[in-house]
Ligand binder design. Structure first.
Ligand code: GLU
Length: 368
């Protein structure tokens, strides 16, 4: 069973309705300060925290005096551009006094579907974690058009959890979990505390509810759960509108937990194993030994490269006899690999004319 105590990396999704007062359109600063205390407590317990926050459109529409009701795509993009500055500033305002460094990441759907962009986003997140930063993530609503949108931050949060290798995702919502029916209209609806598999019955229970301020209903949450579970990440849906929600969760607040399938590392390795290699890297004995010891593959150890692969593709890594030693996501295009093979990492910039990543295949992106 997933537990906050043992988790190492947590993604928390904050919906617009929690951050922005639905009547006045004002930022709910007191609530946000409570959340910041919770983030501080998680950080002090040694956990990495990433926040996926909505609210840009809700904040921006008020500044622009836009009418109630549905906005046109252009209007919501303008509102998002105006509101996102305020949103990021609000998080900075509550986290900086606690000595927590923040960063803003705006993602589009392509950042998770295009493998090159996926790798970049993932690498940036990993680097930020290394600097002990809490990223504040939202969809890049200003440039995403309808066809290429996540559209709701539930699914975005699940993609972020998968990308960052998180083991727990918490959706702070306006309901305390999944029910057998819609609890707002059905008095007999029963709360489900633990879901270990998304069955058609579970999907049917989720229906399609949503409110005026929040895009996602239970349906998008169940889709999010599927993504998270497959990525080895447990997911909780809980009521966000309480003082210090994460503390409440730790103290046993009612929620629904969706159980992870294995752990994030295992899920990632499974995903890599299932992909078909687009090329082969032949490595010398020194590199082969290093791979077996769990090290990344550096350009110096590569003697030959075959195939027209591109950065982000899967390559097979073989010894000089042709025996496959590992498979992994390659950090350079085939022509770049040909140029830097056999050279020290320090030479990459001189040879390619720009600084690249230190490894050809990073150990986190490799199955040995
Ligand atoms: N990205 C949108 C925003 O920040 C919200 C999407 C959602 O509510 O799920 O306003």
């Amino acid at each position: 069973m997933a537990s906050l105590d043992t988790s190492k990396r947590i993604v928390i999704k904050i919906g617009s309705a929690l951050l922005v007062d639905t009547v006045t359109g004002e930022l709910r600063l007191d609530w946000l300060k409570g959340l910041a205390q919770d983030v501080d407590a998680l950080k002090k317990a040694g956990k990495d925290v990433l926040l996926v926050s909505s609210g840009s459109i809700a904040l921006g529409r008020r500044v622009l005096d836009l009418p109630e009701g549905l906005l046109t795509l252009e209007q919501s993009q303008a509102a998002a551009a105006v509101g996102q500055i305020r949103l990021a500033r609000a998080y900075e305002q509550v986290l900086t006094p606690l000595n927590i460094k923040t960063a803003q990441i705006l993602l589009t759907l392509e950042d998770s579907t295009d493998r090159r962009r996926y790798l970049n986003s993932r690498a940036t997140m990993t680097t930020l974690m290394g600097f002990d930063v809490v990223p504040i993530i939202n969809e890049n609503d200003t440039v995403a058009t309808d066809e290429i949108r996540f559209g709701d931050n539930d699914r975005l949060a699940a993609q972020v959890a998968a990308m960052a290798g998180a083991d727990v995702l918490i959706l702070l919502s306006d309901v305390d979990g999944l029910y057998t029916g819609n609890p707002r209209v059905d008095a007999d609806a029963i709360h489900i505390a633990l879901i270990d598999k998304i069955t058609p019955e579970i999907e049917a229970m989720a229906g399609g509810v949503g409110s005026a301020t929040s895009k996602g209903g239970m349906k998008t949450k169940v889709i999010a759960a599927k993504t998270a579970m497959q990525a080895g990440c447990a997911m909780a849906i809980m009521l966000g509108d309480v003082d210090r929600p994460i503390t409440a969760l730790m103290n046993g607040a009612r929620c629904s937990w969706f159980q992870a399938e294995g752990d994030p590392q295992a899920a990632r390795k499974l995903w890599i194993s299932a992909l078909k290699p687009k090329g082969t890297l032949i490595v010398d004995k020194g590199a082969a030994d290093a791979l077996r010891r769990g090290k990344s593959l550096l350009p110096a150890g590569v003697t030959n490269a075959k195939g027209g692969f591109m950065r982000g593709d899967i390559v097979s890594i073989c010894d000089t006899e042709g025996t496959e030693l590992a498979k992994g996501l390659v950090n350079y295009d085939a022509d770049e690999v040909a140029a830097i093979s056999g050279h020290k990492t320090a030479k990459i910039k001189e040879i390619l004319g720009y600084p690249g990543r230190a490894s050809l295949v990073h150990r986190d992106n490799m199955v040995v």
